[in-house]
Design a protein around this ligand. Structure first.
Ligand code: HEM
Length: 133
């Protein structure tokens, strides 16, 4: 549960880095759009793992649909970026807007998993205390 919670927090952190690549590519060096594309695709890995693991872990059951929503919003994000190449520029304009939705959902997932992990740890501690008293 702790590993899942840590993995969940890696997503908003990586997204912050992704926002930084936008700033760097815009104001510093346009070649860094390459880093944006590379990091953007890499974020898919923790997002995918987060969408799968709660279906195998009963403790993480309440976040199952949230992590699936996160994966869906992530895939929409990639689709929106790709839309520009197909000439669907108005659709592609939603790429930065969806980035905010993605960040919000990632923070919600991370907070929910953190709360569940803390609750599970307290229950464990209470069991130990009851047994030892
Ligand atoms: C304010 C936020 C964002 C802005 C302004 C932005 C902007 C852009 C731009 C201009 C491109 C085209 C780059 C090029 O082809 O040279 C792009 C591509 C891309 N972005 Fe973003 N982006 C943002 C957030 C994100 C986030 C949060 C993710 C993913 C988690 C992401 C993932 C991608 C990916 C994977 C591509 C490449 C898509 C492809 O080549 O088909 N972006 N973005």
């Amino acid at each position: 549960m702790r590993a899942l919670s840590l993995l969940a927090w890696s997503v908003p952190l990586l997204l912050l880095g992704q926002f930084l690549t936008v700033g760097l590519a815009t104001f510093h060096d346009a070649a860094l759009w390459g880093a944006h594309i590379a990091l953007g695709s890499t974020i898919g890995l923790p997002v995918l793992i987060l969408a799968i693991l709660p279906w195998l872990m009963p403790q993480a059951r309440p976040v199952r649909w949230w992590t699936l929503a996160l994966l869906t919003i992530f895939l929409i994000q990639i689709g929106l970026a790709g839309a520009a190449e197909s000439g669907l520029t108005l659709l592609a304009a939603l790429h930065p807007v969806n980035a905010i939705v993605l960040m919000g959902t990632a923070v919600i997932v991370a907070m929910k998993l953190y709360r569940r992990e803390r609750k599970a740890r307290n229950i464990d501690l209470n069991t130990v205390l009851k047994i030892s008293s």
